[in-house]
Design a binder for this molecule. Structure first.
Ligand code: UDP
Length: 240
């Protein structure tokens, strides 16, 4: 069942259920589609961008990555079971895939980042097969699609930042020979060791966004959408 938060339908499940569902797709017979992890900023963009809204709602899995989405759903009277940060979801999925020797292709981020991430992921999850890497700065995606299809991975990580990755996955899903894709923003930077996640206490308090803002103050322009999101949720609740 999906829970609507300002036009975006979120899958209402625990983190374990999300990983099991994704793992089932990775082991399935044909392409299942893609997973997205929208935060309030993306929900806000979806309100005025129908194409993006369709891309997000058309995903196989829509997981709430962001404490704002959890509060939004609660204020609207339809609480979500759990916040599922994209990086935790994918780490657990890769751990599961490693046990059965499944393959993953790492696509996105600056040149060299996916390769460094591949090295660290191979060390962290022995058994995982890295079937290819490609950076996220391109003008023609034809050769990239050919490269991915030649590798035909079970899972494709698409780390182009939001909303580029959601639009890319929706547009190219039918051209790709992969079982599941997941749009995961800056996750490759974290796996490569170039970007540090917030300390666990901050994560537990739902303050990862504040930590990122302190580390990268230029994100303020993007985060300004958060109060707009909260206001829209409150208005919707008041109007019933
Ligand atoms: N990126 C990319 N191609 C682009 C723009 C961005 O591969 O054309 C990468 C960028 O290098 C970074 C990631 O996308 O690794 C975006 O990271 P961010 O933390 O900003 O992601 P978000 O907050 O959107 O999840």
């Amino acid at each position: 069942m999906r829970i609507d938060v300002l036009g975006v339908g979120f899958d209402n499940m625990t983190a374990d259920e999300a990983v099991s569902t994704a793992y089932g797709a990775v082991c399935g017979d044909g392409p299942a589609g893609y997973a997205v992890t929208p935060n309030p900023e993306i929900v806000w963009l979806c309100r005025s961008d129908e194409g993006l809204r369709d891309a997000v709602n058309g995903a196989f899995l829509v997981l709430p990555d962001g404490i704002g989405v959890i509060y939004g759903a609660r204020i609207l009277g339809t609480p979500l079971t759990a916040r599922i940060p994209g990086i935790d979801f994918i780490t657990a999925l890769l751990a599961r895939m490693a046990k059965t020797g499944k393959s993953v292709f790492l696509f996105g981020s600056k040149p060299g980042v996916a390769e460094a991430a591949a090295e660290n992921l191979s060390a962290a999850h022995p058994g995982i097969v890295i079937s290819g890497t490609c950076d996220g700065y391109f003008t023609d995606d034809g050769p990239i699609i050919e490269k991915i299809n030649a590798a035909s991975p079970d899972l494709l990580l698409v780390c182009l930042g939001a909303p580029k990755q959601e639009l890319w996955m929706a547009e190219n899903a039918s051209r790709l020979n992969v079982r599941l894709m997941a749009g995961l923003g800056g996750s490759l930077d974290v796996f490569a060791g170039n970007v540090k996640r917030a300390p666990e206490a901050w994560q537990r308090l739902g303050l990862e966004w504040l930590y990122r803002l302190i580390k990268e103050p230029r994100r303020i322009k993007r985060m300004i959408k958060l109060p707009l999101f909260v206001l829209a949720v409150i208005m919707k609740r008041i109007r019933g």
